[in-house]
Design a protein. Structure first.
Ligand code: AMP
Ligand code: MG
Length: 404
């Protein structure tokens, strides 16, 4: 049995050794479809931003020296509107009416907002409050200069990035192709979600949580359905699965008489790196590699499947995507004591909330690793270290947000 840290090290090393550029080529997608994809080209600024000295207030463009002593009357010599500008030069005693987003006319050095003025006539405005040099405006290139690198390859495209890509004229973006992940559930007891289970049967929920976790990570999942606990069925489905970049099998990896998944992995020549991890839940997690496929056998209990995916599958998908984002491990104050286990680290479903300036976390009431009802009340996993003793209420503990 290996530690979580060692397991992660193995997974990352194997992924780095195989996930070359030829494996996961980039593809071009329309900007509107690029959210959450992994950028595969650096993005540069194609114009200074802003491209001209720009008003950020509605008001009057002035020479700041003219408004040191207020109130003062200035002569209005023109109007600069967004998208047009004004063909004037502001000299002493003059000003130019200006709108937000409009170019600053030459000669002007500040914008006084309209709320700090009183219009006297068409030609005259009284300035009621002074403005420092460069107040009310943004200088050309203040945000970025032409040629500046704005985004790095590997970044997961977020909401602000979409705006930024649009502003530099990217109608389409180069992103990582989505790794193809085959998702297989195993078990004689499983029925499809559309069926009503009877006689000791249950609905297959793991296929859908694995599918969703794949999508959240940025992969393209493919449901292979349910394989029964016999060698023929497992061989047939695992053979199909091995044509994908990643194969995920849930169930059939424990010590039971009908847990045959590892046998079939061996028959197909999968090189298994580990099949037990010192973590709770998720101990019987299998990781291997064959030809061009990363292979996982995940424990069948719904909570274990999810946790094992989060800990070991997600990093492989991120490596295939050449993504630079990593799950944030945060710190919270425990609201109740938590027992440690000297043999295994635990990932405990919990509810975390932000209160009085810090995260506070409490284990969710759940009935073990099959309890989806309890899990759905949790939004995080507390990481309980592998050691003797217990963490006390008020102690700090690390946690991960679950949907991250
Ligand atoms: P296994 O790992 O195959 O021994 O399964 C452990 C537990 O998880 C059993 O109670 C199974 O019924 C349950 N289980 C296995 N696969 C699924 C699935 N796809 N959806 C929901 N529960 C499952
Ligand atoms: Mg089973």
């Amino acid at each position: 049995m290996i530690s979580i840290e060692r397991g992660l090290e193995i997974v990352t090393t194997v992924a780095a050794a195989h996930a070359g550029d030829d494996w996961m080529p980039a593809e071009s997608v329309p900007l509107a479809e690029s959210l959450a994809r992994i950028l595969r080209e650096p993005i540069y600024c194609d114009f200074d931003s802003p491209p001209f000295d720009k008003a950020i207030r509605d008001g009057f463009a002035v020479r700041f020296e003219d408004v040191v002593n207020v109130p003062v009357d200035l002569r209005i010599i023109g109007e600069s509107r967004a998208g047009a500008g004004a063909d004037v030069i502001v000299n002493a005693g003059e000003c130019c009416e200006i709108m937000t987003g409009a170019p600053l006319p030459p000669g002007a050095t500040a914008v006084v907002m309209v709320e700090h003025t009183a219009r006297k006539s068409n030609e005259t405005v009284q300035i009621l409050k002074g403005a420092k040099q460069s107040a009310g405006l943004l200088r050309q290139g203040a945000e970025a200069l032409k040629g500046d690198r704005l985004l790095d390859s590997g970044k997961r495209i977020g909401l602000a990035d979409i705006g930024l890509l649009a502003s530099v004229g990217k109608t389409s973006v180069l992103v990582s192709k989505r790794p193809r992940v085959a998702v297989l559930a195993t078990g004689d007891e499983l029925v499809d979600v559309s069926e009503t289970p009877a006689n000791g049967r249950i609905r297959n929920s793991n296929s859908y949580t694995m599918l969703t976790q794949c999508s959240l990570a940025g992969a393209a999942p493919m449901l292979l359905g349910i394989a029964r606990d016999n060698l023929e069925d497992l061989r047939r489905q695992i053979r199909r699965g091995l044509e994908h970049d990643v194969l995920l099998v849930s169930g059939g990896v424990s010590m039971g008489k009908y847990d045959l998944v590892e046998n079939v992995f061996a028959e197909f020549g999968v090189n298994v790196f580990f099949d037990k991890v010192a973590m709770k839940p998720g101990k019987p997690t299998v990781f291997g590699f064959r030809d061009r496929t990363f292979v996982f056998g995940l424990p069948g209990n719904p909570v274990s499947t999810m946790v094992a995916f989060q800990m070991f599958v997600r990093p492989v998908i991120l490596a295939l995507l050449k993504a630079s984002d990593r799950p944030a491990i945060l710190e919270a104050t425990l609201e109740a004591p938590a027992k440690c286990d000297p043999d295994r680290a635990a990932l405990v479903p919990a509810h975390v909330r932000f209160d009085a300036g810090s995260y506070r976390i409490a284990a969710a009431a759940w009935k073990g690793s099959s309890d989806l009802v309890g899990l759905s009340k949790a939004n995080a996993l507390i990481m309980i270290p592998r050691r003797e003793g217990a963490l006390r209420a008020g102690d700090k503990a690390q946690f991960l947000f679950m949907d991250a």
